[in-house]
Structures are given as structure tokens and as C-alpha cells.
Design a protein around this ligand. Structure first.
Ligand SMILES: Cc1cc2nc3c(=O)[nH]c(=O)nc-3n(C[C@H](O)[C@H](O)[C@H](O)COP(=O)(O)OP(=O)(O)OC[C@H]3O[C@@H](n4cnc5c(N)ncnc54)[C@H](O)[C@@H]3O)c2cc1C
Ligand code: FES
Length: 288
């Protein structure tokens, strides 16, 4: 069993969960992920590792509450336990002295880009971190990112901070940094990583994206996480999750992500109905 050390909502619908996992923590490298189960009979879900503490033997994940399992994880409190943390999984992000690197993060990717930016900075890169959100109030970990970046830039869709728009503004940002950008690394939802790749392709800047296809075993056995890159097929869990964004077959990835949409919505509706029913029952009992 794995102890919950910290659990809280850091911005609306995004949760930070810190778990004690002393056997996993010494092995973690930037860009890797873990697979968690919230309860004994629950499904396994992959989440990127956003930070870790070697001394305390803890690791942190940041996740959006989008369905049944993330809903159960969001309800955890310090002192509780979960049965499964498997990892670290996946291949670490390639970290070298590239020169100037743009680290782009949105949603949970603002957290998972942090250890990547930190490792790049430690190797002497000029690190420009760019974080993207719908609005200013959805940013988090700005101080942590500032500590490992030469510059921290913002994009908001409503224009409340930094550049107004979406990651389609990246070419303008790249122009403004004053030196050649040698690599772009993007973490976050599928739309963010795809759009970032689309806009850096004509600029011919190598763009590495962390992909989030559906995963089951996370060890290369089931084939569910397969992605196509040109003529090559890769399993994101063992060959990724990082891939060259200019080679990914995005259309196929989008289709495959929707594969279990109906099946996923049934347990979600059932569990939300159960929660609702329990709430009504509790209110009813309180009245009596
Ligand atoms: C390598 C990797 C790293 C990820 N890192 C993060 C992270 O750091 N933070 C975060 O919020 N999310 C992350 N995700 C996505 C996360 O795994 C899904 O949001 C989660 O599985 C949803 O589970 P659910 O039961 O709450 O929702 P569901 O109701 O099961 O599904 C909701 C949505 O999540 C997608 N999804 C469902 N199961 C999986 C699965 N096993 N793998 C991938 N997507 C799935 C569905 O297509 C659907 O769009 C990552 C995915 C991968 C593959
Ligand atoms: S999740 Fe099964 S092969 Fe990758």
C-alpha cells in the first residue's frame, strides 16, 4: 500500500497528489510516468511524474479530474492509502546541452514540464518556459518554474496574462527570444501538443511531445497505446511517451483516444449518480 502524503486541488479541477513510494523515487527520470490504482478493483491509469523528493521518498503527480478514477484520486486525503503505484515507466526525456530550449506546458503539463526544465537548466541550456491556460487563475507552480528557467512566459486564451491566444502564438514567442531556438519540448493535453507541433513544423525546430494515448498494462504487452510515426508503429508506454511531434499521425491518435468513449461515460455517470444519491441520503439522514 502507498501512503498519501498530500492531496489538494491547486487550481480549479487540477489536483496535486503526493505519495510515499521510496522504492520508486530513486529511479525516476524527467519525462517518466507512473500507473496508479485508486482502489483494489479499480482501473489502472497513467499519470506523469511532476516532482519527487529523494530524501522523503515521495513523488507528486498533477491530474485533471476527468472521470471515474481521477475522481476517486481527487477525493483522497492525507493519511489514506492506495494499492498500486507502478513505475517509473516510459523512457526519460532526452536531456542534453541543446542550447536554447522552449519548454511548453499546459494543464497538467505545467507540472510535468518542471523536472524537464530543471534537468535542462542543470546541463547549462538556456531554458525558456512557456505555460498556457484558458485564464490567469489556472496557472500554478510559477515560482518553481521561474527558479529553473531563464524566462517564464505566459499564454492565456482570454488575454488575462502574457500573450493572448493559444500555442499558435509560439512562432511569435520564438521570434522574440532573441536567439535561435534549438528544441521545443511540449507536455500537456493532446490538443496542445498537436497544435504546438503544427506551428513549429514550418520553422523546422525539432519538437518533442509527450503523448497520452489510452494505456492498459503500461509494459508493452497489450498494444493499446500504439502510435504511428510515418511508417513506424511504436508503443507509447515503452518507446515513449516522448516522440517527435512532426512525425506523429495525429488523426489516428485522436481516433484511438475516442475508442472507449461510450464505455468510459457509463461508469462515470453511474458513479456521479451514486455520489448524488449518497449526498441526498446523507442530507436526508441529517434532517431526521
Ligand atoms: C503517459 C501518460 C501520462 C499522462 N499523464 C497525465 C497527467 O500527468 N495528468 C493528467 O491529468 N492526465 C494524464 N494522462 C491522462 C490520464 O491517464 C487520463 O486522464 C486518465 O486515465 C483518465 O481516467 P479516468 O478514469 O478519470 O477518466 P475516464 O472516464 O476513463 O476517461 C476520461 C478521459 O481520459 C482518457 N483516458 C482514459 N483512460 C486512459 C488511459 N488509461 N490512458 C490514457 N488516457 C485515458 C479517455 O480517453 C477520456 O478522454 C496521461 C496519460 C498518459 C498515457
Ligand atoms: S499500454 Fe499496453 S502496450 Fe502500452
Amino acid at each position: 500500500m502507498f501512503n498519501v502524503i498530500e492531496s489538494n486541488m491547486i487550481v480549479p479541477n487540477l489536483h496535486l497528489l503526493t505519495l510515499e513510494a521510496p522504492e520508486i523515487v530513486p529511479e525516476i527520470q524527467p519525462g517518466q510516468f507512473v500507473i496508479l490504482r485508486a482502489e483494489q478493483d479499480g482501473e489502472r491509469i497513467p499519470l506523469s511524474i511532476s516532482d519527487w523528493d529523494l530524501e522523503a521518498g515521495t513523488l507528486s503527480v498533477i491530474f485533471m479530474n476527468v472521470g471515474v478514477t481521477t475522481g476517486k484520486l481527487a477525493a483522497l486525503k492525507p493519511g489514506m492509502q492506495i494499492p498500486t503505484v507502478v513505475g517509473p515507466l516510459g523512457i526519460k526525456t532526452e536531456i542534453e546541452n541543446f542550447g536554447t530550449v522552449l519548454c511548453v506546458g499546459g494543464c497538467y503539463g505545467i507540472g510535468s514540464i518542471f523536472p524537464i526544465a530543471r534537468a535542462l537548466k542543470e546541463l547549462g541550456n538556456r531554458v525558456i518556459s512557456v505555460i498556457e491556460a484558458r485564464s490567469n487563475y489556472l496557472f500554478y507552480w510559477e515560482d518553481k518554474l521561474k527558479q529553473v528557467s531563464d524566462q517564464l512566459l505566459y499564454i492565456t486564451r482570454d488575454g488575462t496574462k502574457g500573450y493572448k491566444g493559444h500555442v499558435r502564438r509560439l512562432p511569435q514567442i520564438i521570434q522574440s527570444v532573441g536567439s535561435k531556438v534549438d528544441r521545443v519540448i511540449v507536455n500537456g493535453c493532446s490538443l496542445l501538443v498537436k497544435l504546438s507541433s503544427d506551428v513549429t513544423r514550418p520553422l523546422e525546430i525539432k519538437t518533442i511531445v509527450s503523448l497520452a494515448p489510452i494505456m492498459i498494462d503500461g509494459t508493452g504487452m497489450c498494444g493499446v497505446c500504439r502510435v504511428s510515426l510515418g511508417e513506424t508503429t511504436r508503443f507509447a508506454c515503452v518507446h515513449g511517451p516522448d516522440f517527435d511531434g512532426h512525425e506523429v499521425n495525429w488523426e489516428e491518435l485522436a481516433q484511438r483516444r475516442k475508442m472507449y468513449f461510450n464505455e468510459e461515460s457509463v461508469p462515470l455517470q453511474t458513479s456521479r449518480c451514486e455520489e448524488h444519491a449518497e449526498k441526498i441520503l446523507a442530507e436526508h439522514l441529517n434532517l431526521e
